[in-house]
Design a protein around this ligand. Structure first.
Ligand code: TYD
Length: 221
């Protein structure tokens, strides 16, 4: 039985980690084997690239270089972690994936859409999410949540960007959803976590009924 690849996207402080954990529990309760992973990262090499990117040292190299680094990390993540899990019939939940490059480096970083399309095609090589949950919320709420969560630690590379960047980012994710409505669902992330969890489960049940049904009831092969 083939696995399913689901991604979570959104700006800073949108509540992705909380909701990924809740969806994982629900899917496991249906008897699925679930792998939770994240980007940048999710494999040994990709985690090393992550450190470099989030330290802010890649910023001086420009948006194109950052795009290539995120993409190199993604290529390894796909090869070492995502594809093997899908081949084993697992459900993969990724905290961010290629739509983040489109939003952060594309719209907000002003990189050409054609160039992003080309890089994405090469890197994904056909491994696309079957569902992308975009947690949307006003950037002011997201940023204040991110500040609370961080405490005394320093803002990372992208948390340190200004309000205009985060507003462009929000719009970019909404544009991604508009361009790929079959794959994407926009979820209002400003509500309380229980309400958001329930809406996400409704989307999963509607769009991927096989996953939401208990596994022993799923027809095999
Ligand atoms: P992380 O601490 O995982 O942030 P979050 O909790 O918001 O997911 O840091 C990942 C950062 O990298 C985040 O600011 C988004 C950014 N990013 C990109 O700019 N491009 C990408 O392709 C990816 C995957 C992430």
């Amino acid at each position: 039985m083939p696995g399913a690849f689901i991604t979570f996207e959104g700006g800073e402080g949108a509540g992705k980690s909380t909701q990924i954990e809740r969806l994982r529990r629900r899917l496991e309760a249906q008897g699925h084997s679930v792998l939770v992973t994240r980007e940048p990262g999710g494999s040994e090499r990709a985690e090393r690239i992550r450190e470099f990117l989030l330290s802010g040292r890649a910023k001086a190299l420009g948006t194109f270089a950052e795009t290539i680094l995120f993409s190199a990390a993604r290529l390894d993540h796909l090869e070492k972690t995502i594809r093997p899990a899908l081949a084993a019939g697992r459900i993969v939940l990724s905290d961010r994936f290629s739509d983040s490059t489109r939003a952060y480096q594309g719209a907000a970083g002003a990189l050409e859409p054609d160039l992003l399309d080309a890089v994405e095609r090469v890197v994904l090589a056909g491994t696309e999410p079957v569902l992308t949950l975009i947690l949307d919320l006003p950037e002011s709420i997201g940023m204040s949540r991110a500040v609370d969560r961080r405490g005394d630690a320093r803002a990372d590379r992208f948390e340190g960007e200004g309000a205009a960047f985060h507003a462009a980012l929000r719009q970019a994710f909404l544009d991604v959803a508009k361009a790929a409505p079959q794959r994407c669902a926009v979820i209002d992330g400003s509500r309380d976590p229980d309400t958001v969890e329930k809406e996400i489960w409704d989307v999963v049940r509607t769009r991927l009924p096989d996953l939401a049904a208990p596994r022993e009831h799923v027809a095999h092969g």
